[in-house]
Design a protein around this ligand. Sequence first.
Ligand SMILES: C[S@@+](CC[C@H](N)C(=O)[O-])C[C@H]1O[C@@H](n2cnc3c(N)ncnc32)[C@H](O)[C@@H]1O
Length: 184
Amino acid sequence: MSQHVCPFWVGYLLLSPLRKLITNPERILKPFVRSGMTVLDAGTAMGFFSLPLARLVGESGRVVCIDLQERMIVSLKKRAVKAGLEARMEFRVCTAESLAIDDLKGRLDFALAIAVVHELPDPRRFLTEIFSALKKGGSLLFSEPAGHVSRDGFSSSLSLARAVGFEIQNTRKIVRSHSALLTK
Ligand SMILES: C[S@@+](CC[C@H](N)C(=O)[O-])C[C@H]1O[C@@H](n2cnc3c(N)ncnc32)[C@H](O)[C@@H]1O
């Protein structure tokens, strides 16, 4: 089934300073990300979380940024260059059906899927691909906007994640969202 994908122009709204005030990306990511890590931002848009991730992994780390929409990635790349962070970032465009991350198998320390799973035609495949790309003990911070996803809908996604092999841990609340830390 085809899902509603967030339009390109919404990418600009997602970067708003007001969002940063309410949902501070550094505060959310800091407990999970350390210098030298290899991390994935799946459904990165224009990089509200990817640039902070790049700062947290430092020069020796790597952030793989993937989005379905090429225009989001083009815009993110420009922002990364402006911030002087592009050397530690990788930019990829995927298809709706697959992240195509077989090359990352067992290499990720951490992954992020914020406000993206409800846009996917095949969430099980998405979760399976990320599970396979994580190292043993690696984790996925999974969050969905409460305005788009019901509590029951989020619980169904967590059941799917469990079926794929993830363990579900609690995480600090993200404002107006349902969130969980999924560990391999
Ligand atoms: C609501 S935005 C959230 C962006 C970002 N995670 C944030 O919180 O600022 C969802 C993003 O997921 C992307 N997306 C939708 N379907 C996707 C898919 N199948 N694979 C990868 N990205 C996808 C959209 O293009 C959009 O940029």
